[in-house]
Design a protein around this ligand. Structure first.
Ligand SMILES: [Zn+2]
Ligand SMILES: [Zn+2]
Length: 347
């Protein structure tokens, strides 16, 4: 099969012919139809994530995959050839309490980790455990479906299940990239008032188009003023932080109500945040991490997309061979939503 192959960290990907993996028990083979390109791909290609120690070259990136089933192992009964599917990039052991809840991202014994530890979707084919798959509704395209298990469902879990955002809540989303712009739509769908913060004016304009009540530069005074205007108590119910820096932590905590929730969804590798425990305890602030999503979250988001409550923010669809250019644009911060690689049936 053709694939854009990573042969070493910090090298450009190369278009190569590479031998497909065999389908083993419990596994299926997909014809990859679309694969989202994510900032995390840059971190993996740069060798800076802990998982990079486990990568064996040649490696294939790409963890936002949709495709059509072309082969199944004899013991796979949930999926058949020609099914349209999206793949979760974490496939757990299938045998622990987290896996029983479909929370594969919390499994300690991952069987497959597409595009991170094992091969991903920058390729014509992908072989992975059937339990990682979710059926794609007919009204959602492969390109739209591909971005759900990461850019959409990650935001959904953080907002719906961690922050428990409800009608009338005041919510601050820090970061208006792929996750933030989908999170904004989810928070609005749940009936919240939303301030979204980003350094890039283009991202902020897009956020206003998608229904943000306030779209602001990361300026502590402006944020405080907006919070005061937006909520009767002058405080936020929750903050979804997709940036994870000291600056965002500080204005988040400063504006949260008593009992408010601060949800960490994004990070910068190696960054640290300090705080005064007294403030957290006096205000009974909850600080919660939220990692990726469950299988049910993916199904819920696909449903919301199918009935047009979430509009996928896809900036461009480009051929697989162009992925190096996409990575470059991403590094320069030129990309707003997701760029999706389209992998034609015959290349
Ligand atoms: Zn990602
Ligand atoms: Zn498990």
């Amino acid at each position: 099969m053709k694939a854009m192959v990573l042969n070493n960290f910090n090298e450009k990907l190369r278009l190569e012919d590479i031998k497909e993996k065999e389908v083993k028990p419990g596994y299926v083979k997909l014809k990859v139809k679309a694969c989202g390109v994510c900032h995390t791909d840059l971190k993996i290609a740069g060798g800076i994530l802990p998982v990079c120690k486990e990568i064996q070259f040649p490696h294939i990136l790409g963890h936002e995959v949709s495709g059509r089933v072309v082969e199944t192992a004899a013991d796979v009964t949930d999926f058949k050839v020609s099914d349209r599917v999206v793949a979760m990039f974490y496939a757990g052991c299938g045998d622990c309490p987290a896996c029983e809840r479909g929370e594969y991202s919390l499994c300690d014994n991952l069987e497959y980790w597409a595009g991170f530890r094992e091969w991903g979707g920058y390729a014509e084919k992908l072989v992975l455990p059937a339990r990682a798959l979710v059926k794609l509704p007919n009204t959602v395209s492969y390109e739209e479906g591909a971005i759900v298990p990461d850019a959409v469902a990650t935001a959904y879990k953080a907002i719906k299940r961690k922050a428990m955002v409800d009608k009338g809540d005041s919510v601050l989303i820090v970061g208006a990239g792929g996750v933030g712009l989908h999170g904004l739509q989810i928070a609005k769908f749940l009936g919240a008032k939303v301030i979204i913060v980003d350094k890039d004016q283009g991202h902020l304009d897009k956020a206003l188009e998608l229904g943000a009540d306030y779209a602001l530069q990361p300026d502590a005074d402006e944020i405080k003023a907006a919070v005061k205007e937006m909520s009767p108590a002058g405080k936020l119910d929750s903050v979804i932080d997709i940036v994870g820096l000291q600056e965002s932590f500080d204005y988040a905590i400063d504006n949260l109500k008593k009992g408010g929730k601060y949800i960490i969804v994004g990070y910068k590798p190696g960054s640290r945040v300090t705080f005064e425990p007294l403030n957290i305890l006096l205000e009974e602030i909850s600080i919660l991490g939220s990692r990726n999503c469950s299988k049910q979250d993916v199904e819920d988001c696909l449903h919301l997309m199918a009935i047009a409550h979430i509009h996928p923010v896809i900036e461009d669809v480009v051929p697989l061979e162009k992925v190096n250019d996409v990575h470059e644009d991403m590094e320069k911060g030129k990309i707003m939503g997701r760029v999706v690689l389209k992998i034609p049936e015959k290349t």
